[in-house]
Design a protein around this ligand. Structure first.
Ligand code: MTE
Length: 322
C-alpha cells in the first residue's frame, strides 16, 4: 500500500461528520454486549441495500469482542481504504458519495456451480436474513478497529450456489465503473478490477461473512456498499468491497494485491505477528479510536481467531505461505 508522509492516524476534524444519535441502533449494540455507550452513529449518507435491510438486525452474541473497545462510527466510516476512489483515507467518504449508485445492485455467482445465479442484493438480504456480528479488523498497514457488521455467513450463499466437485477456490470481484470512481484511471498501474480469493474451505468457515451493513444500518458507500466480504482473521485487504461477482474456480485465482506486489501481499495474508511485512513489523498495531489514536497493542495470531481457523492451516508452513 502507498506510504504517506502524514501519520495516517491523524484524523482532521473536517474529515469527520457531525454525529447524530440513533437510539434503536445503540440498543442493538448494547445487546451485543459491547460498550458503545460513548459513541453514536453519524447521520446517514448514501448507502447500499436499503430496501432489503431489516428494521433491526438480530445480534449474534457468539461473535462479540470483549477485550477491546469498539471503534466509534465516525472512524469506521471516516477512515477508509477504497482505492477505486482515492488513496486518501479521509477523502474516500467524499468521493464515494458523489453520485455513485449502489442500489439497485446485482451480484453474479458463477464458475464451477450447478447453476449460475444473478441476484438482486435487496432480495438476497431478505432471503439470507441479516445478523449483526462484532469482529476485530486488522489492516496490513498495522492499524486496527473493532467493527459491528450486519450480514450473513458466506457459507449460506455457497450452499445456495451448489459448487461442483471442481470448485477448490472462490474468486471475488469488485465493481468497475470508470465514470463513478476516479481511481481506476488515476492509479492505472493496478490490475483493475479489484479481485480477491479464498480457498473453498476458508470461504466456508463460520467467520467468513458477507456484510451489507454496519452499526445496524445499510453499508455506507465508503465501506463497500452494498455488499462486501469480511474475513476477520486475514489482513483487511482480503475483505473486498462492493462485490459484483463471486466465482468458484479450480485454480488459485489471481488477486489484485498479490499480482501488484507478491513479496508483500501473499494470497493467504493471515494476520501473523511473527511474519513481518518487508517494509514494517506486524508484531503490533495502532488502535484507531477516540483518545487513543496512536495506542499500540500486540497483534494476535490470526487476529485473535486462532480457535476458529487454526485447523484450516494444519501442517502448513505459515511463513512460506504468508
Ligand atoms: N476493496 C476494494 N474494492 N478496494 C479497496 O481499495 N481496500 C482494502 C479492503 N477492501 C479495498 C477493498 C483494504 S486495504 C482495507 S484495510 C479494507 O478494505 C478497508 O475497509 P474499510 O474502509 O471499511 O475499513
Amino acid at each position: 500500500m502507498l506510504i504517506k508522509k502524514r501519520p495516517d492516524w491523524h484524523l482532521p476534524e473536517t474529515a469527520v461528520t457531525d454525529e447524530k444519535d440513533y437510539n434503536h441502533r445503540r440498543e442493538f449494540i448494547k445487546k451485543a454486549g459491547i460498550m458503545y455507550a460513548g459513541s453514536s452513529v453519524a447521520a446517514g449518507v448514501a448507502t447500499g441495500a436499503t430496501a432489503g435491510f431489516p428494521e433491526k438486525p438480530n445480534v449474534n452474541r457468539k461473535y462479540v469482542v470483549t477485550d477491546r473497545k469498539p471503534t466509534p462510527y465516525k472512524y469506521v466510516t471516516g477512515y477508509n481504504n477504497f482505492y477505486e476512489f482515492t488513496t486518501d483515507k479521509y477523502l474516500v467518504r467524499h468521493f464515494a458519495n458523489q453520485g455513485w449508485k449502489t442500489e439497485p445492485w446485482t451480484l453474479k455467482v458463477g464458475g464451477h456451480v450447478e447453476k449460475e445465479l444473478t441476484l438482486d442484493v435487496n432480495d438476497l438480504c431478505k432471503e439470507m436474513g441479516i445478523e449483526m456480528r462484532v469482529y476485530r479488523f486488522r489492516c496490513v498497514e498495522a492499524w486496527s478497529m473493532v467493527i459491528p457488521w450486519d450480514g450473513f455467513p458466506l457459507s449460506k450463499l455457497i450452499k445456495k450456489a451448489q459448487p461442483t466437485s471442481k470448485a477448490k477456490y472462490v474468486k471475488f470481484t469488485t465493481f468497475m465503473d470508470e465514470k463513478a470512481a476516479p481511481g481506476f484511471k488515476r492509479y492505472n498501474n493496478y490490475d483493475w478490477p479489484y479481485t480477491e480469493g479464498l480457498r473453498l474451505d476458508e470461504a466456508n468457515n463460520e467467520l467468513t461473512f458477507l456484510a451489507v451493513g454496519t452499526f445496524g444500518k445499510p453499508m455506507p458507500n465508503q465501506n463497500g456498499a452494498p455488499i462486501r466480504l469480511v474475513v476477520p482473521w486475514k489482513y483487511g485487504f482480503k475483505s473486498i468491497k462492493s462485490l459484483v461477482r463471486i466465482d468458484f474456480t479450480e485454480e488459485q485465482p489471481k488477486t489484485l494485491w498479490n499480482s501488484a506486489a507478491p513479496a508483500e501481499y501473499g494470497f493467504y495474508s493471515n494476520v501473523n505477528p511473527k511474519v513481518p511485512h518487508p517494509r514494517w513489523s506486524q508484531a503490533t498495531e495502532r488502535v484507531i479510536g477516540e483518545g487513543a489514536l496512536a495506542d499500540r497493542i500486540p497483534t494476535l495470531m490470526f487476529n485473535g481467531y486462532e480457535k476458529q481457523v487454526a485447523a484450516l492451516y494444519k501442517g502448513m508452513d505459515l511463513v512460506k505461505n504468508f
